[in-house]
Structure formats: structure tokens, C-alpha cells
Design a protein around this ligand. Structure first.
Ligand SMILES: [Zn+2]
Length: 197
């Protein structure tokens, strides 16, 4: 583990990123030999901290930490797709390319969210932190023209099942991991640690 001083952190001063700590840590590589002692390759350890700028999507992630689900809507009167609501959040309308309006769909999600389809994943990629098997669900909402990918934390998914969002408000990560879904009627006591309805 890195020491507290080594952790790469970023602050903003006068509209510019200021970085502190270590963002690239190199470790010695090791050789890979086969059973006869013949060289096959090497390991290539790299530890890097990536700076991911959210830009116009920051409002979406910040709102999750406050228990709110923000979508976006095209309000351009000249657009054929005017009034389309996008979840996942799209900064720009894909049809007219004008900037969308940010709207709060927390209530729509609580009242109308439904499992459109789902997939259960037994094996995951690197850096997974979700409990396996992972129940990925595609969530549809009334009046929303897109489908939102999430994961079900409680129970087993079924197509058409009504679900409600839960939010990691107690210790937010400010990532997509701050939102999950549970079947409607799930009591607060059954939610995973840190999450609220
Ligand atoms: Zn548009």
C-alpha cells in the first residue's frame, strides 16, 4: 500500500489542476521461464493514477452522492427529438448536438423503474469490487427514451420487475458505483452498507 503522502491527489486552483503525490510508480519486473528454464517473457508491473475529468457529467455523479438521479433532456424547439429524456446522462442531444437541460428524474425512477433485461455474470474482469455473481440489469423508465445499465443488490432479477434506486450517500465514491437497484418494497435494513433509499 502507498503511504498517505504517496497517494496521487488533485485540487483545483484558479481553474487549473494542481497535483500532489505520486501518479506513476514503477516496480522491478520479473522474468517468466518455462519448465526447461527457457525465457518466455517478463511481467511488467505498473502502478498509475489516472485523472478522469467529468466535465459536464460532474452534476450526475455529484447528485448520486445526494440521493438524486439526474438525466438530461433536449429542449431545442427545432430538434425532431425535442423533449427526449436521456438516462444515462448525455451532455449533448445526439440528434441536434445542442446542449441538453439537466433534469431530476429521481421520482420517475422511484415510481416507474422496471427491469428491461438482465445478465448474470459469474466471472468478472480485473479490479471488480462487486459481489459475484453480479446481477447486471437494464433499467427502463417511463418517458425516458434510453435504457440505463445498473446492478441489482437484493433479490433475483426478472424481466418486468419493478425496482427502485439506492444511493451510496454515506461514503460516496463519486463513481457509477454510487447507484444500485433493489426490488420495490425492500426495507432500508436490507440495503448494503453505506446505501440509502
Ligand atoms: Zn435535440
Amino acid at each position: 500500500m502507498k503511504s498517505e503522502n504517496d497517494i496521487g491527489r488533485v485540487s483545483v486552483k484558479n481553474g487549473r489542476y494542481k497535483i500532489k503525490g505520486k501518479f506513476h510508480i514503477i516496480e522491478p519486473n520479473t522474468p517468466i521461464f518455462d519448465d526447461n528454464g527457457k525465457l518466455c517473457g517478463i511481467t511488467n508491473p505498473r502502478d498509475m493514477t489516472y485523472i478522469h475529468s467529468y466535465g459536464g457529467e460532474a452534476i450526475f455523479f455529484e447528485s448520486l452522492s445526494k440521493g438524486k438521479l439526474m438525466a438530461s433532456r433536449c429542449d431545442n424547439p427545432k430538434c425532431d427529438s425535442k423533449d427526449s429524456i436521456f438516462m444515462p446522462f448525455r451532455i449533448y442531444c445526439p440528434d441536434c448536438l445542442r446542449k441538453n437541460t439537466v433534469i431530476d428524474i429521481t421520482d420517475i425512477a422511484k415510481k416507474t423503474a422496471m427491469i428491461h433485461s438482465f445478465i448474470i455474470t459469474e466471472r468478472s474482469g480485473a479490479f471488480n469490487t462487486l459481489k459475484k455473481p453480479i446481477k447486471f440489469i437494464n433499467v427502463e423508465f417511463e418517458d425516458v427514451c434510453t435504457i440505463f445499465m445498473g446492478y441489482l443488490t437484493v433479490g433475483e432479477p426478472k424481466i418486468g420487475m419493478r425496482v427502485v434506486p439506492i444511493f451510496q450517500t454515506k461514503k460516496p465514491t463519486y463513481t457509477i458505483m454510487d447507484i444500485s437497484w433493489v426490488p420495490i418494497g425492500t426495507p432500508e435494513s436490507e440495503l448494503p452498507e453505506g446505501f440509502t433509499l
